[in-house]
Write a protein that binds this ligand. Structure first.
Ligand SMILES: O=C(O)CCC(=O)C(=O)O
Length: 275
């Protein structure tokens, strides 16, 4: 694999990796932009004792505002990570909007070619929506358009939708010094799919940069935040691991309650979870 970034205008295909430029139509892109603008993403904090938290008792804030669909995996509960962190951390969330379902439906033949043996139904049931941009206020803007190196622990393929300005997606092997082995500028309306031991276990992925540009125009639903890119990463969480708020362990309920209360201010689903 090469370390040179692919410019993202043409398809990239490797064993276990597919990059599909303009896979979503212009109309699907517009529908997703309107949907992302209608949500109320939140800045979550990690668990105060997490290895990534060096921010005193409160836990370090994650790098960008997020919103989950299908199952909310809270940063303060340590997300879902095989094999130790699966239970008691996935809160039932709202379902996917129609525009996402349509695009996922068109991906079925491709998903069948990826290594989906671990998952009975390869269509994922949960996703993380990442908002990338800069915090703006009185001082100079503080860029928040990045995502640290990580792996997604859920079983099966990872599917990503990319909307907005190009974001540099890099795959690195931390045991080999962290130089990117594959880098792609993921462009507006593109889709990425990766699966199997090479891309889900050996290689970690990260977003290191997001370009600036006027088109497509993205209105930020987060106050004081200039939005440039939104990505959606779909995953599969076994239904048995998704619980309602009152089914979470009581310690977990107390940790996530402030977030669920915040979400409930704009969402009937979360108001119902608390009710
Ligand atoms: O923004 C992206 O394209 C990557 C997102 C990602 O890695 C994740 O949500 O786990």
């Amino acid at each position: 694999m090469s370390g040179e970034p692919q410019d993202g205008r043409t398809a990239v295909s490797r064993d276990g990796f597919s990059y599909l430029p303009r896979f979503m139509s212009a109309e699907e892109g517009e529908a997703l932009i309107a949907y992302f603008e209608s949500l109320t993403p939140i800045w979550e904090r990690r668990h105060p004792q997490s290895q990534h938290s060096r921010d005193g008792a409160r836990g370090r804030r994650i790098t960008r505002p997020v919103y989950w669909l299908g199952a909310w995996q809270f940063a303060c509960l340590g997300y879902y990570a095989e094999p130790d962190h699966r239970e008691g951390r996935c809160l039932r969330a709202e379902g996917f909007p129609a525009a996402m379902e349509t695009v996922l439906g068109r991906l079925r033949p491709l998903l069948a070619e990826h290594d989906c043996a671990e998952v009975l139904d390869p269509i994922p049931n949960t996703c993380l929506i990442n908002y990338y941009g800069a915090e703006v206020g009185d001082g100079p803007p503080r860029d928040r358009a990045r995502l640290r190196m990580h792996r997604d622990g859920e079983p099966g393929p990872v599917i990503m939708f990319c909307i907005g300005q190009p974001g540099l997606l890099e795959f690195v092997d931390p045991a080999q010094g962290g130089e990117p082995e594959l880098s792609v500028w993921t462009r507006h309306r593109s889709v990425v799919v990766f699966s199997g031991p090479e891309f889900k276990e050996r290689l970690y992925h990260r977003i290191t940069r997001v370009r600036y540009g006027a088109e497509p125009a993205l209105r930020s639903p987060v106050e004081g935040f200039a939005l440039r890119r939104v990505s959606v990463s779909f995953r599969h969480v076994p239904e048995s691991l998704i619980s309602d708020f009152d089914g979470l362990p009581s310690a977990a309920q107390e940790l996530v309650r402030p977030y669920v209360e915040q979400l409930a201010g704009a969402s009937e689903h979360y108001a119902g979870q608390l009710g």
